[in-house]
Design a protein around this ligand. Structure first.
Ligand SMILES: [Zn+2]
Length: 112
C-alpha cells in the first residue's frame, strides 16, 4: 500500500478516530521496524502529474498472519494493557509482546 492508501484504509476502518497527517504517517511507517518498503508505484495526480510513491507492507518473513501483528507492535502504538504484557527482548532489545511460551520476540524467533 502507498502512504495514501494506508490513510484511506485507516479512515474507513472502524475504531480509528484520528487519521494521522501524511507527514506523521510517514514517520510512523519508517519508525516501525516491521513495516518495510517493498517498491514504488507510479501515481498520477488530479492534474496528470506522475510521481513515484513508496509502497509499504509488513515484513512478511516475520509476520505470517494478522493475529501475529500484535507481536511486532512498537511500544508507542500499544494499549496500556498490551504494554503491561510487553517485555524487552534480549536478542534485539526491542520491547515486544512475545509469542505464547517464547522467551524472545517474534522477529528474533523467525529470523534466527
Ligand atoms: Zn527480538
Amino acid at each position: 500500500m502507498t502512504k495514501e492508501e494506508v490513510a484511506e484504509a485507516l479512515a474507513s476502518s472502524r475504531g480509528v478516530s484520528h487519521v494521522p497527517q501524511p507527514a506523521s504517517l510517514n514517520a510512523l511507517l519508517c519508525k516501525s521496524a516491521s513495516v518495510i518498503s517493498v517498491g514504488k508505484r507510479e501515481v498520477e495526480n488530479l492534474v496528470g502529474q506522475k510521481s513515484k510513491h513508496l509502497l509499504y507492507d509488513v515484513d512478511r518473513e516475520v509476520v505470517f498472519t494478522e493475529d501475529e501483528l500484535i507481536h511486532v507492535r512498537e511500544p508507542c502504538t500499544m494499549t496500556p494493557k498490551e504494554k503491561a504484557r510487553a517485555l524487552k527482548c534480549s536478542g534485539c532489545s526491542r520491547t515486544r509482546i512475545f509469542p505464547e511460551g517464547k522467551d524472545q520476540c517474534l522477529t528474533c524467533e523467525r529470523l534466527s
